[in-house]
Design a protein around this ligand. Structure first.
Ligand code: HEM
Length: 406
């Protein structure tokens, strides 16, 4: 935990006000104290677009060692979780800068615009299949029936996982989620470690098959890179897990949150039905207004000045992408869903060295998904009074469920 700084105003993020309306609270904090302190999480909170950009592009802060969930544990408990910690430190984005460049170079060869184009028809097919499965029912739970399985199927195919294993993959992925959390829940961390190790064993078996018979998937690419001495086996396994996880948890939330936004903005929904070509811009607004990554984290490596405050080495920083994306200094009338903004400077995928590798893929999946959904379900409407948001610490939310009628 970082020390509380004397000069920075502190805020309690567990009050009913924050939980009821994180957006309004973030607006208030941005005005009152754009560099704030969260005692509950022992870290700074940044809410201004300019500060968020400058920090994410500053090499004096890094992403490494994000396993804060472990800080509250005893040395023995941490020791027990060594395999988990070691695996996570191999994830691209959690490594040192040299390893990071090496992974990025490798993965960027695969995550190309060509790959996204090639996957587009498959994304359409999967979306149709998922909607076919519920078509006769007149209702669905969007997260379970569409938002989650669509990107999960896409990323599993990209990685080269057999269809029959999808359920297991989803269960492992859910357990791994805790790595990004703030709570030192030992039972959940143990489950996370067990799932991660089971997942690695499973991948080892699959990698052996790809070694014998390479295909055009990420696993085959890792197998080849391992043979060329570019990555180790542990690095390959760890990064397959990361991709599986990063490839669908986030995109699932984009689809779910995006649909809630459309219900909240019936004029936008009607305009998109009339002219689906506006969909890519609508997806940009969904990303800006309620992007899946509410806040990302950094550790200060060398002291750095942000918004007139000196952040000391070792300090923990929560970079609120949600607050930056509604900063009126950059986005006039920031709370309005406005498809005419153009490709705005939103931070939903981060910026700088760690900019999201799957941004084009996620955009394409959401674009196709919403086009098909609106086209096939002209009577689509919410079956809830209030969206079922649950808090996602420190200051964010996610949908637990999303019931609709059509
Ligand atoms: C709407 C969907 C998505 C959102 C909002 C999102 C958000 C982000 C953000 C904010 C970062 C930067 C993290 C940081 O700076 O600490 C990031 C990095 C990353 N994302 Fe995504 N992501 C999404 C989808 C995807 C998909 C589909 C994939 C892969 C298939 C992916 C793979 C990655 C990877 C590998 C990184 C690390 C990049 C690096 O360190 O160089 N993401 N993502």
């Amino acid at each position: 935990m970082s020390e509380k700084p004397a000069t920075v105003r502190e805020y309690d993020v567990t009050t009913p006000e924050v939980l009821a309306d994180p957006t309004a609270w973030l607006h208030r904090v941005r005005e009152e104290s754009p560099v704030a302190w969260l005692p509950r999480f022992g870290g700074y909170l940044l809410t201004r677009h300019a500060d968020v950009v400058s920090v994410l592009q500053d090499t004096r802060l890094d992403t490494a060692n994000m396993m804060r969930a472990m800080e509250a544990l005893t040395p023995e408990q941490r020791e027990e979780l060594t395999p988990l910690r070691e695996a996570v430190t191999l994830w691209v984005g959690h490594t040192n800068p040299t390893d990071h460049r090496r992974f990025q170079l490798l993965l960027k060869k695969y995550f190309t615009p060509r790959m996204v184009d090639r996957l587009r028809p498959r994304v359409r097919e999967i979306t149709h299949d998922l909607l076919d499965a519920v078509a006769g029912k007149g209702s669905m739970e969007v997260i379970r029936d569409l938002a989650y399985p669509l990107p999960a199927n896409v990323i599993a195919e990209m990685l080269g996982m057999p269809v029959a294993d999808r359920e297991r993959l989803q269960a492992w992925s859910r357990d791994v989620l805790i790595v990004f959390g703030q709570s030192g829940d030992l039972a959940a961390l143990r489950r996370c470690q067990d799932s991660m190790m089971e997942f690695h064993d499973y991948l080892r078996g699959l990698a052996a098959q790809r070694r014998a018979e390479p295909r055009e998937d990420v696993l085959s690419m890792f197998v080849a890179a391992q043979a060329d001495g570019i990555v180790t086996e542990d690095e390959a396994l760890a990064n397959c897990v990361l991709l599986l996880f990063a490839g669908h948890e986030t995109t699932a939330n984009l689809i779910a949150n995006g649909l809630v936004l459309l219900f909240q903005n019936p004029d936008v929904l009607a305009a998109l039905r009339a002219d689906p070509e506006q969909m890519p811009m609508a997806v940009e607004e969904m990303l800006r207004l309620d992007g899946p990554a509410g806040a990302i984290q950094r550790k200060v490596v060398e002291p750095v000045e942000v918004g007139g405050h000196l952040l000391p080495a070792g300090a923990h920083v929560f970079v609120s992408l949600a607050a930056a994306n509604r900063d009126p200094a950059v986005f006039p009338d920031p709370d309005r869903f406005d498809v005419s903004r153009g490709r705005s400077r939103h931070m939903a995928f981060g910026t700088g060295t760690y900019y999201c590798l799957g941004a084009s893929l996620a955009r394409m999946e959401a674009d196709e998904c919403f086009r098909i959904l609106l086209d096939r379900m002209p009577a689509l409407r919410p079956a809830y009074d209030r969206p079922d948001f649950v808090p996602a610490p420190p200051v964010s939310h996610r949908l637990a469920s999303l019931e609709v009628l059509f």
